[in-house]
Design a protein around this ligand. Structure first.
Ligand SMILES: C[S@@+](CC[C@H](N)C(=O)[O-])C[C@H]1O[C@@H](n2cnc3c(N)ncnc32)[C@H](O)[C@@H]1O
Length: 214
């Protein structure tokens, strides 16, 4: 299955549009099924060194970041969308486009859940170059690009009464997902500088942990 990019409807809706709100609720269910939020919660504490700051790209409604903040990590969110009401007052939120953001130097750890598949190959390379200039650790939760996961996803949508936005966006997100080492390679991570692990799980999650070599 060739990697293809199709614009996601949620990205063009105002954040308070009822269809956007319904779709964000669906996204919370999809994340629970994929297990990515729990995985970040288990994996990150051992990757982040004392004093290091974490930047979450495409932080959305802040569910992942608020959980990590509660666990004691120093997390800032970044999204084109405004700061979510639930984002803790003491934590930073950058309302910004990841592609024009210029504050990378403030963060040693960059994470993102379901954000990297939004970008085409050339844009991933640009983003990877910017992240790799300052970051020591990059962690991504993504989707495996396989038709069987599109079929599983369609069945889940019926089960949870997902709206049309979620049904569309989930299908095109899987088509823009990753296989094997694609994500670190597309980000342009140099194996002489970075070591990484990539894992795919049975429900369709794709997980990358990349660390700068000592
Ligand atoms: C599929 S949602 C995932 C949200 C959240 N990470 C989650 O797992 O629930 C993708 C998020 O990325 C944000 N986004 C997409 N393109 C972006 C960009 N270029 N810069 C910043 N945020 C972006 C969207 O606003 C949206 O909140």
């Amino acid at each position: 299955m060739k990697r293809t990019l199709t614009p996601e409807i949620l990205d063009s809706l105002p954040p308070d549009d009822p269809a956007a709100r319904h779709s964000r609720r669906d996204l919370r269910v999809f994340n629970a099924v994929l297990g990515n939020t729990r995985w970040f919660g288990r994996r990150l504490p051992s990757l982040v060194r004392p004093g290091e700051r974490v930047l979450e790209l495409g932080a959305g409604d802040g569910e992942l970041g608020t959980g990590l903040l509660r666990a004691g990590l120093s997390v800032a969110g970044l999204d084109r969308a405004p700061r979510p009401a639930a984002w803790p007052a003491g934590a930073r939120w950058h309302q910004a486009d990841a592609l024009t953001f210029d504050g990378w130097g403030g963060y040693e750890v960059v994470i993102g859940n379901l954000i990297f598949h939004h970008f085409d190959d050339a844009t991933l390379r640009t983003l990877g170059t910017r992240m790799a200039m300052h970051a020591r650790v990059i962690v991504a939760g993504e989707l495996v690009r396989q038709r069987r996961f599109q079929r599983l996803f369609a069945a889940l949508c019926v089960l949870i009464r997902a709206n049309a936005v979620s049904r569309h966006d989930g299908r095109v997100s899987i088509a823009a997902g990753f296989q094997g080492d694609e994500l670190p390679v597309l980000l342009g991570l140099d194996p002489a500088v970075w070591r990484w692990t990539v894992a795919s799980r049975g429900r369709g999650s794709y997980r990358l942990v990349a660390e700068r070599r000592a």
